[in-house]
Design a protein around this ligand. Structure first.
Ligand SMILES: Nc1ncnc2c1ncn2[C@@H]1O[C@H](COP(=O)(O)OP(=O)(O)OP(=O)(O)O)[C@@H](O)[C@H]1O
Length: 275
């Protein structure tokens, strides 16, 4: 897959509604993400982050422009289960144990592996198959909880289960829409650690929406700053901090310099809107 970006959006435009009440959610968006990168989208409310995610995940089509996922159209990538989605609140099936919830997608999507193999250059990932879900649950701190029902878990545990489930199909691209926004700070940091561990092990490309500057810096290789009216990309910042990025990172000057830089770019995005 060398050379073909995991995600490639060119001149993407998305407008909701018509006439004077139309909203340009995305205007002339270009984004190319090499395979294996962790990219965060950050920006004021309404700047089109979720719209961009939905378009990248094939849940919505742009009005103009092209989108490719490992060189193919999002619909084809979806059919081959190359794209995983973690929404803001975890949608687990309440009558199934955690273990059955996370293994279910693999069971019902067996045909996807064959489709994936047929997509040029993608055979290598497809044949490696699904990771051991019990092992992933243990890694995510859910070893004791794997036979419990979702209702018996805390919010943070449910979100961890949803992340493990998304990784279960070994998606080439994982899109995550503010998955930790409803959690307290400590749970959030612990989930960031676990997400980074899983990402490091499975080498998935991640597109992650967040409102938290420190979360974006801690997790990402690249932070994409967006501005609204019209929704657009205004800055792309490469985060050149060593990995693994444990708690120690919070004490490092360079970490805070990146936070300051991104806050400054966000302020400019706000000002450009107000002007
Ligand atoms: N289905 C829709 N119909 C009409 N307008 C929509 C629709 N979805 C999004 N929009 C509008 O498009 C713009 C971008 O919305 P989007 O949800 O992508 O922004 P966001 O950056 O994710 O916002 P937030 O941070 O508040 O979640 C907003 O003005 C929103 O009102």
């Amino acid at each position: 897959m060398t050379g073909t970006p995991a995600l490639d959006l060119r001149s993407v435009r998305r407008v909701y509604g018509f006439g004077p009440s139309a909203t340009t959610a995305l205007d002339d968006v270009h984004l190319s993400v090499p395979a294996g990168r962790f990219v965060s989208l950050i920006g004021p409310s309404g700047c089109g982050k979720s719209t961009l995610l939905r378009i990248a995940a094939g849940l919505e089509e742009p009005d103009h422009g092209t989108v490719r996922v490992h060189g193919v159209e999002p619909a084809e990538a979806c059919a081959a289960k190359m794209i995983g989605l973690v929404p803001q609140s975890p949608a687990l099936l309440p009558w199934l144990s955690v273990l059955r919830n996370v293994t279910l997608p693999h069971k019902i999507n067996k045909g996807a592996a064959r489709r994936r193999e047929r997509i040029a250059g993608n055979a290598e990932r497809a044949v490696t198959g699904a990771p051991d879900m019990r092992e992933l649950l243990v890694k995510a701190g859910l070893g004791e909880a794997m036979h419990k029902l979702p209702a018996q878990l805390s919010g943070g545990m449910r979100q961890r289960a949803a992340i493990v489930r998304a990784f279960g199909l070994r998606p080439d691209v994982l899109v995550m829409d503010e998955p930790f926004s409803a959690l307290d700070e400590f749970t959030r940091e612990s989930l960031q650690d676990q997400l980074l561990d899983l990402w490091d092990e499975l080498k998935t490309t991640v597109l992650f929406v967040t409102h938290s500057v420190s979360e974006a810096v801690r997790l990402s290789d690249t932070v994409v700053v967006m501005a609204p009216h019209p929704g657009r990309i205004v800055d792309t910042i490469e985060v050149d901090l060593e990995r693994p990025r444990g708690d120690r990172l919070f004490g490092e000057r360079r970490f805070h310099e990146y936070e300051d830089l991104i806050r400054d770019r966000l302020r400019r995005a706000w000002r450009s809107e107000a002007a």
